[in-house]
Design a protein around this ligand. Structure first.
Ligand code: IPM
Ligand code: MG
Length: 362
């Protein structure tokens, strides 16, 4: 089976981390007899430099014609200050919308070997921490009407709007309930229904959808409380379903519980193919090109791609198990090396994971 994968390396550390995910996929390919055809396309700052816009039509076309999209990260100081619709980030939002990827799955899992890397005290992270943040990805304030008055005028103003429709809430709620039915069966819906009208609708619709899933326990939480509960007692969460912006914020918070944002992969899914797979972190321009970045979030994103878009569950397990073995052997990139271990660079971490994939016995 030949899988067509569109590859968007992006900016900053993007190219380095994606290269390691490809190294690992090549090992999977040898091991499992599946093959990948990678087509590299540009998006983000590098596309602005080459084509004058962050998301060229040809990039979106290649992505649409592929089985899935693997993405590094976009953005950097070089492109800050551009008008809102021509930033690297606008390219990222454009590709999410252009592919109809309304559901963003962000699993935050504590690895046994990294328990000490969590900034939370033992006692708080003693049990199993396995949280799936289901973030709505193509609506809300990210895509609502916005405006700005003329710059520099007295009383200068700007606004962004949060708007959700019933179908938008229904479909993301279903993703969360379905996911919970394969996990511990608890959905926490996060909103700000004590203040926002859009949140009151969100809460009503999620409650209505929950009636179709009688085996799942639903609770609602205000976002400020959720931010607090995540560090007070992260073990209480199974699936968190929330809006685009709250999901952006809470997934960064959840990632840190696991020790580093460099560990968190994500899958963005719509109703058809392709899905898009990217680490949740950004392009980290401060460490770009230094062989320092942690490639694990991107490697695990490739595993999610195998599982969710390609149905290659066995190959996905191979990668996830290889990551566990490399961590168990004490190898660490610098972001997860608070408690020692053998500190390795980006490339070496990728090579070690690929080697474990090749070594797996089955
Ligand atoms: C993320 C990022 C993006 C987002 C930025 C880069 C636009 O923070 O994927 O979490 O806010 O969605
Ligand atoms: Mg974010």
């Amino acid at each position: 089976m030949d899988y067509k994968i569109a590859v968007i390396k992006g900016d900053g550390i993007g190219p380095e981390i994606v290269d390691q995910a490809i190294t690992v996929l090549e090992a999977v390919s040898e091991k499992c007899g599946i093959s990948f055809v990678f087509s590299e396309v540009l998006m983000g700052g590098c596309a602005i430099d080459k084509y004058g816009l962050p998301l060229p039509e040809s990039t979106l076309k290649t992505c649409k014609e592929s089985d899935s999209v693997l993405l590094g990260a976009v953005g950097g100081p070089k492109w800050e200050g551009l008008p809102g619709d021509s930033t690297p980030e606008a390219g990222l939002l454009g590709i999410r919308a252009g592919l109809g990827l309304y559901a963003n799955l962000r699993p935050a899992v504590i690895y046994e070997a990294l328990r000490e890397a969590s900034p939370l005290k033992p006692g708080i992270v003693d049990g199993k921490i396995d949280i799936l943040v289901v973030r709505e990805l193509t609506g809300g304030i990210y895509f609502g009407e916005r405006g700005r008055s003329e710059k520099g005028t007295p009383n200068e103003w700007a606004y962004d709007t949060e708007k959700y429709s019933v179908p938008e809430i229904e479909r993301i709620a279903r993703i969360a309930f379905e996911a919970a039915s394969k996990r511990r069966g608890i959905v926490t819906s996060v909103d700000k229904a004590n203040v926002l009208e859009s949140s009151r609708l969100w809460r009503e619709v999620v409650t209505k959808v929950s009636k179709d899933y009688p085996g799942i326990a639903l609770n609602h939480m205000y976002v400020d409380n959720a931010a607090m509960q995540l560090i007070r007692n992260p073990g209480q969460f199974d699936v968190i379903v929330t809006t685009n912006m709250f999901g952006d914020i809470l997934s960064d918070e959840a990632s840190m519980i696991t020790g580093s944002i460099g560990m968190l992969p994500s899958a963005s899914l719509g109703s058809g193919k392709p899905g898009l797979y990217e680490p949740i972190h950004g392009s980290a321009p401060d460490i770009a090109g230094q062989d320092k970045a942690n490639p694990i979030a991107t490697v695990l994103s490739a595993a999610m791609m195998l599982r969710y878009s390609l149905g290659e569950n066995f190959a996905a397990d191979l990668i996830e198990n290889a990551v566990v073995r490399v961590l168990d052997k004490g190898y660490r990139t610098s972001d997860i090396a608070y408690y020692g271990g053998t500190v390795v660079g980006t490339r070496e971490m990728g090579r070690l994971i690929a080697e474990e994939v090749r070594r797996a016995e089955f």
